[in-house]
Ligand binder design. Structure first.
Ligand code: CMP
Length: 140
């Protein structure tokens, strides 16, 4: 597998509880490198656009309100097989189903307030990275 880049968000439930460093440590311990990062506050329009693929799901409004409730940390992670590795380190969407040692098992509060987001495929990784970062902001 080649070196890849993936997009990651540390979500409001985690920034609120001051867990940013503990979560980044999990990525680094797994061999992922933070090559771009910023702490931002999403607008409602940005949250709705970013999660547009879920706009017909019953949890869409709740998800967007949650994502604007506190700051988030957006980042680009780089490493061998980074997209799959990031998803492995995050654990299942629902923390009740997440494996031991994963971020969501250790830190997530619920399926909605699940501490982290990660891209699910190379195409979405490229789109999500480009949504938040210019090429100049990514330093490998
Ligand atoms: P994420 O990986 O950011 O992608 C979509 C998000 O929708 C997901 O993580 C969850 O936070 C959220 N989500 C998925 N299913 C539910 C649900 N049943 N109720 C509330 N939020 C959900």
């Amino acid at each position: 597998m080649a070196i890849q880049r993936t997009f990651s968000i540390i979500k409001p439930d985690a920034t609120k509880r001051n867990l940013t460093g503990k979560i980044i440590a999990k990525f680094e311990e797994a061999g992922l490198r933070v090559v771009a990062q910023k702490r931002i506050r999403l607008t409602l329009a940005q949250a709705q656009e970013f999660y547009g693929v879920h706009k017909d799901r019953p949890f869409f409004d709740e998800l967007c309100e949650f994502m604007i409730s506190e700051p988030i940390v957006v980042q680009v992670l780089e490493g061998e097989d980074a997209i799959a590795k990031n998803r492995e380190v995050m654990g299942a969407t629902n923390p009740a189903e997440a494996a031991d040692g994963t971020i969501r098992k250790e830190f997530a509060l619920s399926i909605g307030e699940n501490s982290v987001h990660g891209s699910d495929a190379p195409e979405t990784a490229a789109e999500e990275i480009a949504y938040f970062f210019s090429g100049l902001e990514i330093v490998g």
